[in-house]
Design a protein. Sequence first.
Lengths: 283, 348
Amino acid sequence: MRRLLILLPPLGWLLLLVAAPLLILGLIAFAEAGPGVPPFLPPVGWAGGPVWQGSLESLGMLLADAYYLESFLRSLLTAFLTAALCLLLAYPMALGIAGARPSWRLPLLLLVLLPFLTGFLPRVGAWIGLLRDGGWVNGVLGLAGVGPLRLLYSDLALYLGMVHAYLPFAVLPLATALLRRDLSLEEAAADLGATPFTVFRSVTLPLSLPAAASAFLLVFIPAAGEFVIPELLGPPEAQLVGRVLWGEFFQNRDWPLAAALALALLVVLLPPILLFQRLGRRG
Amino acid sequence: MALLAVEGLTKRFGTALALDGLGLEVRRGEFLALLGGSGSGKSTLLRLVAGFEAPDAGRILLEGRDLAGLPPHARPVGMMFQSYALFPHLSVFDNVAYGLRRERVAPAEISQRVGEALAMVGLEAMAGRKPHQLSGGQRQRVALVRSLVKRPRLLLLDEPLAALDAGLRERTGLELRALQRRTGAGFVMVTHDQAEALALADRIAVLEAGRLAQCGPPAELYDRPATRFVARFLGAANVLEGRVGADGVVEAGACRLALRHDAAPGEALAVALRPERIRLLPGPPAAANAVAGVLRDLAYRGDGWMALVALPDGAELRVALPAGAAPPEPGSRLLLGWSAEALVPLRA
């Protein structure tokens, strides 16, 4: 009884804010689009009894139209590259934080988190101001007689924005893991004749791989559904799932297709999410 | 030439002085125990010799060569860690082979030497296991042969037995010494356990507050402690604080101590007296080397009793009573005596 009372708030939370919306999303995905408010016919109607009036058209469309498949592949590729770039930058940062003198560690970690104190949109806006044709970067390049270059609405801008936004998610798990590592293992390796580089290659790096995988997934999973950064910084042809979904929902008002896209994205991201959870349990 | 010589070694951590001008020598093929309480600097000494820390002053010479500036991986010194520091992602075989691979030893020779090393401690069958699949005693032996397989002339051991159960500790300690004899390497073992040091070491160096209090064979340290600290640390001796009288006899409260010493009359002199060297006397006390007291407390030790006897001047003597005879009742009056040879003058 007491266990039930303790479990009630989180269970209620999950039911209300995860299960119920997911159910509604699923229902809309199987519905037929139509004029009206909301712009679809419920998949199950009532005519003296429950009547199936839904359709598999939206879900079928995802497979039939290469446009959607491509947007998925593009999103996964973008998320993969973003996560890889974040990992590449985060590892030395985390190593530096873990290796810093104790009184420096917290300030350094806070510096990594500092961007979170400003809003997300101002940060993206700042990139626009830096990169646009008349922006600061092109201004400086112009002084050197170069440009103006097309920096904004390019893959460069897209990845700059993505890495900038997601880097802290990669630094944090890596820094915690590297801070907690057993330094005597590295001393033992050095004592057995390993040079500092060999110590890193044969002990530090392999032992931090689970944390690196966590960091990778922690960036990859949200980055795959990212909408704002591709929309504001990316090239117009970068039709990622998030943008496509947004377009279907707000511009085409095709809620069933948008719901189908959201559902498909969830299914695609399920394996990495489960992998992340397994890594978390092991760590 | 000594295998290892440290001279005037000083190390500060912030304001704390871990080593204070320490001087010490380790002989070739010797098993030396570094004995001291926590904070005595014994582990710091190992870390300085291994190269994990740099000294603030002083020199470390290995076979006459100054190790200053040499990084740990370039020092021909092995170290066994208290936590064992086995690589959790490598098998037992790969753990032991790690050091040989760094020396670029040929693969065939690696598997031969690792096989021999594991056979030496009876772990051939465990070569494929990961450290977490081993018992504590097995991990200890893997850590030991991992550092021995490189055939270092000097092996530093940081509390190698501390993590083992009491039952396993004695046997493992004897195995440790047998391995040391077989390999001929110099062993420097840090320990805070005096029984371990007495049982295993050729010589014991007692450290106190970053300085060498005394260094010598176990029997010498036990029978002739040089300082109050050594007397109390090894075997928990009674320390009697007295003053030399005109007749040369030391007056220490209620006790008159007749012993050989070279202090002048009037000088203060502390004298160590081991609990097991004190006897119960049948008759009235003699003029010197005897005292009457009241039994305050009694603790059973299995092989005898430890008695706390209150002296008339308020001091207490620890007295070891042999088992067998019925112990006296607490509160009863005891006459205690000892021979002149049982008394050891202390210089500090």
